[in-house]
Ligand binder design. Structure first.
Ligand code: NAD
Length: 272
């Protein structure tokens, strides 16, 4: 049986699988970011990458990581700023004239809305969480589609969580935003399917990242998973990245769209 350690040490690089393809990754903030794990797998398979960072606070971090990937481009982009989104896609058009992949690994909610009771969510907090964590997928898909059409199609992938399907303590407004995100995946897949652009989501199990630390009681969720998932363990960002690679590569998933795939050691299937 393969242990998690063995899986982590294995490269699974699939060199050449994504040669000649161009992808943009939204959501790298730190080396623990799920987006960073995904970027490394896509790059190892030959994809050229563009990274974005949200605000100057994260610039240095993202630059340091992106610079380890030869030839990558780094651009600022707060997904709530239309002019920054437009500038990103103009830069890609100028540099590459095409786009094959978009990774949307972006979410935000106010800290006070990730604890206590959902009923106490403020109007502001609700709008903010939905704008950044759900609506941004539509904004970015709309901007990316013309460049993907030039590639003859493409793959858009977002990251979601079980808290959008079931009630998870403290996940609150982010769960409601994830439900909107999951449904956006299906509507976008329907809109963009005729252009051979596929839209999917990975529902990841809990992974210790900057965003996850904002959720009250996150460590106890990790402990609970170890006891209650069918595989009796948590998943790693690298395992999520493996599924991302499959969903991005047309050779592996050309018939898959409008799908939410759980990479959560089977927890989504567990009842009592
Ligand atoms: P992370 O903190 O590394 O990534 C979150 C990213 O969102 C950061 O890069 C941040 O800069 C970006 N972001 C926030 N507001 C933004 C804005 N206005 N404009 C542009 N970018 C913005 O954490 P992560 O856990 O890697 O999160 C990535 C995705 O995975 C999120 O959608 C999250 O909900 C999802 N997810 C995480 C887990 C988990 O347990 N970590 C589980 C399931 C799903």
């Amino acid at each position: 049986m393969m242990t998690t350690e063995v899986l982590e040490k294995t490269q699974y690089a699939f060199p050449g699988l994504l040669n000649g393809k161009v992808g943009i990754v939204f959501g790298v903030a730190h080396k623990t970011s799920i987006a960073w794990a995904i970027a490394q797998r896509l790059s190892a398979a030959g994809m050229k990458l563009i990274f974005t960072y949200q605000g100057d606070r994260l610039k240095e971090n993202v630059e340091e990581l992106a610079n380890t990937i030869e030839g990558s481009m780094i651009l600022p982009c707060d997904v709530t700023k239309d002019e920054e989104v437009a500038a990103v896609f103009e830069a890609i058009e100028k540099q590459y004239g095409q786009l094959d992949t978009l990774i949307h690994s972006v979410a935000f909610a106010k800290k006070e809305d990730l604890a206590g009771a959902f009923i106490d969510t403020s109007r502001d907090g609700f709008m903010l969480a939905h704008e950044i964590s759900a609506f941004s997928l539509t904004t970015l898909a709309k901007a990316a589609a013309p460049l993907m059409e030039k590639s003859g199609g493409g793959s858009i992938l977002t990251l979601t969580y079980l808290g959008g399907e079931r009630v998870v303590k403290n996940y609150n407004v982010m769960g409601v935003a994830k439900a909107a995100l999951d449904m956006s995946v299906r509507y976008l897949a329907s809109d963009l399917g005729p252009k051979n652009i596929r839209v999917n989501a990975i529902s990841a199990g809990p992974i210790k990242t900057l965003a996850a630390r904002g959720i009250s009681g996150f460590s106890s969720i990790l402990n609970y998973m170890e006891e209650h998932t069918p595989m009796q363990r948590n998943v790693t960002a690298n395992e999520v990245a493996g599924m991302a690679l499959a969903l991005v590569a047309p050779e592996l998933s050309s018939g898959v769209t409008a799908e939410v795939i759980h990479v959560d050691a089977g927890f989504h299937a567990v009842g009592f």
